[in-house]
Design a protein around this ligand. Structure first.
Ligand code: ADP
Ligand code: MG
Length: 238
């Protein structure tokens, strides 16, 4: 695991500034949740941590390293997306191992990493199935397995449950938290769902329009929202 520190992060798309100077320090082993309305910049921040996009200004540190300019695969992070984008013609096993294969990892290492992740995720009996032969929750676990086999220090989740029905969403929240605990990683989880944030986070970072509004534990934000935006968003009693 590793800490993740964002200092003075800014990002523009064309003439529009979408991230306007963000400072966030996430601790080693923490489960941090970025929450805020659609369009506030959650995915953009996550993509910059992953190295899929570059900030216009500011520094991103993962553990002891400044990672600005480093390619994604050298950052020690793995990202789980909202749309799982599993390869439809590949088995569960091959979907999970594909990233390692193209990175040139040898077959026996891939085999043991995939088997290890599959066991933890309860996919060990499903390794030869195709994605279309899986339920939504199982597909979501394959997407997590694909991220896990790379042994990341930091897991990044971008609204991973929004395609699931309500009951499964509740179950998967618990599973993702348990996985975080078990793998002892640092996790950054993006959602626009307040309940998800309140039930999963060690600390919540409330974002609005490219800026941090407030950072705190769920209990702290609930009891001491810094303004009406946070109060309304978190659902605090007024
Ligand atoms: P969120 O994930 O919180 O919904 P995003 O980070 O996706 O928000 O987007 C933040 C803002 O940046 C939005 O206004 C969005 O329209 C804009 N944006 C995101 N990606 C791009 C892009 N590739 N080109 C132009 N604008 C973008
Ligand atoms: Mg988003």
């Amino acid at each position: 695991m590793a800490s993740v520190t964002l200092s003075g992060i800014e990002k523009n798309f064309g003439d529009t500034r979408v991230i306007k100077g963000v400072d966030i320090a996430i601790g080693d082993g923490e489960f941090a949740v970025f929450v805020g309305p659609s369009g506030c910049g959650k995915s953009t921040l996550l993509r910059m941590i992953a190295g899929l996009d570059d900030p216009a200004a500011g520094t991103i540190r993962i553990g002891e390293r400044t990672v600005n300019g480093l390619p994604p695969k050298e950052r020690g992070v793995s990202m789980v997306f909202q749309t799982y984008a599993l390869y439809p013609h590949m088995t569960v096993k091959d979907n999970m191992g594909f990233g390692l294969m193209i990175a040139g990892t040898d077959q026996s290492t891939i085999g043991s990493k995939v088997a290890g992740a599959a066991k933890i995720l309860g996919l060990d009996k499903l390794l030869d199935r195709l994605p279309r032969q899986l339920s939504g929750g199982q597909r979501q676990r394959v997407a997590m397995g694909r991220a896990m086999v790379r042994d990341p220090q930091v897991f990044l989740f971008d609204e991973p449950l929004s395609n699931l029905d309500a009951k499964l969403r509740v179950q998967m929240r618990t599973e993702i938290r348990a996985l975080h605990q078990r793998l002892k990683t640092t996790s950054i989880y993006v959602t626009h769902d307040q309940i998800e944030a309140m039930t999963m986070a060690d600390r919540i970072i409330v974002l609005r329009d490219g800026l941090v509004e407030q950072i705190g534990t769920p209990a702290h934000l609930y009891d001491n929202p810094c303004n009406t935006f946070v109060a309304t968003f978190i659902g605090s009693p007024s």
